[in-house]
Design a binder for this molecule. Structure first.
Ligand code: NAP
Length: 366
C-alpha cells in the first residue's frame, strides 16, 4: 500500500521542530526509502511517523504493520493517514528500510526476513543489541560503526541513549572511570498501554477509587517504584543490566564501571537521570558545562539562581537531552568527580529520533 507520500526530495527539517540549538548530526540524506514500520500503532511507532515528518525524511512509499489487533485501523502516517496491516513474512517485499518497534520476539522472528527481502532494519528492541555483529548506534557518539552492519542496526535502550549523549562529551575531557546513575523513568517507556494506565489511574484515584494495576505490577499513579523489568540473580533488573552492557558497547569500553538504579515515576513522558561521574583526572564544573554546551543533541539548562534545571516536562517533545545541576562531587578527591541531572524524551531521542538519525546516516551502498 502506498500512502501518498512526498517525492524523493530532501529539504532541511522544519525550523523549530527539531528543537536543537546544534545540528545533531551531519544531515546527509539517503535517497527516498521504501519504508516499512513494524509496531506502527505503538508509542514508538507513532513517534516514528512524527519524527520522519518533522525531519522531512525522504519516503518513496510507506507500509505500516502491527498485529491482528490493529489490522485495518487508520493511524497518522508520515505525510498522510495510513491503514495498518497485519505483519506477515511477506510484508517486506519491495522495501529497503524497516523500522522495528514491536518488541524483541517480533524482531527476532521478522527482522531476518526483512533483511532477506533486501531491507536494512533499524531495531528498537533488545533482540540484537548485544550481538557482536550488530552495530549499536547513537549518532552523536559512535556514528562510525553504522557502516559495519550486515542488515540489522540496533537502537540502544532509551535510558542508555539519554545517559551516553551526556557522558560522551565529558569522556573527551577526561576518561570516565565510574558512573553511578539513578533513573526516574516515565510510564510511556513501557508502551502505549502503560501510558493509558497512568492517565486512567490518576483520574480514578482523584475520583476516590482504588484501581487495580494491569500493565505495571503496582499502582503507578502517585507512586514511585523499582523498574518493572525482571530482576536477575545479581539483584539488577533488566533495565539496569542494559544500561551497563550497552553503554560499554557504545563507548567501546568493556571495563567501564557503572552502577545503575532504575525507577519508574508517575510521569507521562521523558526520563530523568541523576549521574555521579568519576573521572581519571580533575574536571572543573566550568569545563564540563562548556563541553556540554558545545555537544550535539545536548542543551544545558542550569540556572541555580532561578532553580531552573532539567525536568521531564521541559524535555517532552524536544530532541535535545537537557542537562543541569552540574556540580562538584565532594566525595571524590582531587576534583575528579561531578554530579548532574539530565532529562530526555525517551520516545524521541530514546527511540524514534535516534533510529531516524541512524537512517539518515545510511548512504547508498552502505
Ligand atoms: N516506549 C519507549 O519509550 C521505548 C523506548 C525505546 C525502545 N522501546 C522498544 O520499542 C518497542 C515498542 O515499544 P512501545 O513502547 O512502542 O510499545 P507499545 O506501545 O506497546 O507498541 C507495541 C507495538 O507492537 C505491535 N505488536 C505487538 N505484537 C505484535 C505482533 N505479534 N506482530 C506485529 N506487531 C505487534 C503493537 O501492535 P498492536 O496495536 O496490534 O498491538 C504495537 O504497534 C519495544 O521493543 C520497546 O522495548 C520503547
Amino acid at each position: 500500500m502506498m500512502s501518498g507520500n512526498e517525492p524523493a526530495v530532501y529539504r532541511q527539517p522544519e525550523p523549530g521542530l527539531v528543537g536543537s540549538a546544534h545540528p545533531t548530526i551531519d544531515l546527509r540524506m539517503p535517497p527516498a526509502k521504501h519504508l516499512v514500520i513494524v509496531g506502527a500503532t505503538g508509542a514508538v511507532g507513532q513517534e516514528f511517523c512524527n519524527v520522519l515528518r518533522q525531519r522531512r525524511f525522504p519516503v518513496a512509499s510507506l507500509r505500516l504493520f502491527a498485529s491482528q489487533r490493529s489490522a485495518g485501523r487508520t493511524v497518522a502516517g508520515v505525510n498522510a493517514p495510513a491503514v495498518v496491516e497485519v505483519l506477515t513474512p511477506k510484508s517486506f517485499a519491495g522495501s529497503d528500510l524497516a523500522l522495528f518497534s514491536a518488541g524483541a520476539a517480533v524482531s527476532r522472528e521478522f527482522a531476518p526476513l526483512a533483511v532477506r527481502a533486501g531491507a536494512v532494519v533499524i531495531d528498537n528492541s533488545s533482540a540484537f543489541r548485544m550481538d557482536p555483529e550488530v552495530p549499536l548506534v547513537v549518532p552523536e557518539v559512535n556514528p562510525q560503526v553504522v557502516g559495519q552492519h550486515r542488515g540489522i542496526i540496533a537502537n540502544p535502550n532509551c535510558s542508555a541513549i539519554i545517559m551516553v549523549v551526556v557522558l560522551w562529551p565529558l569522556q573527551r575531557l577526561s576518561p570516565i572511570q565510574r558512573v553511578v546513575v539513578s533513573t526516574y523513568q516515565a510510564a510511556s517507556g513501557a508502551g502505549a498501554r502503560a501510558l493509558a494506565e497512568l492517565e486512567a489511574q490518576t483520574r480514578a484515584v482523584l475520583a476516590g477509587a482504588s484501581p487495580q494495576p494491569v500493565v505495571f505490577p503496582v499502582p503507578c499513579a502517585f507512586n514511585v517504584f523499582s523498574h518493572n523489568s525482571v530482576v536477575g540473580p545479581d539483584g539488577y533488573n533488566g533495565e539496569e543490566t542494559k544500561m551497563i552492557a550497552e553503554t560499554r558497547k557504545i563507548f567501546g569500553e568493556e571495563s567501564l564501571r557503572i552502577a545503575p538504579t532504575c525507577m519508574r515515576v508517575p510521569v507521562m513522558r521523558a526520563h530523568t537521570e541523576a549521574l555521579s561521574i568519576e573521572f581519571a583526572d580533575s574536571v572543573s564544573v566550568d569545563a564540563a558545562r562548556a563541553a556540554l554546551a558545545a555537544a550535539p543533541g545536548v542543551r544545558v539548562v542550569d540556572d541555580p539562581a532561578r532553580n531552573h534545571f532539567p525536568t521531564p516536562l521541559e524535555a517532552t517533545g524536544g530532541d535535545d537531552v537537557l542537562v543541569g545541576r552540574i556540580r562538584r562531587d565532594p566525595s571524590i578527591p582531587d576534583d575528579r568527580g561531578l554530579q548532574l541531572i539530565c532529562a530526555g524524551d525517551q520516545l524521541r531521542k530514546g527511540a524514534a529520533l535516534n533510529a531516524v538519525q541512524i537512517a539518515e546516516l545510511l548512504q547508498p551502498g552502505v
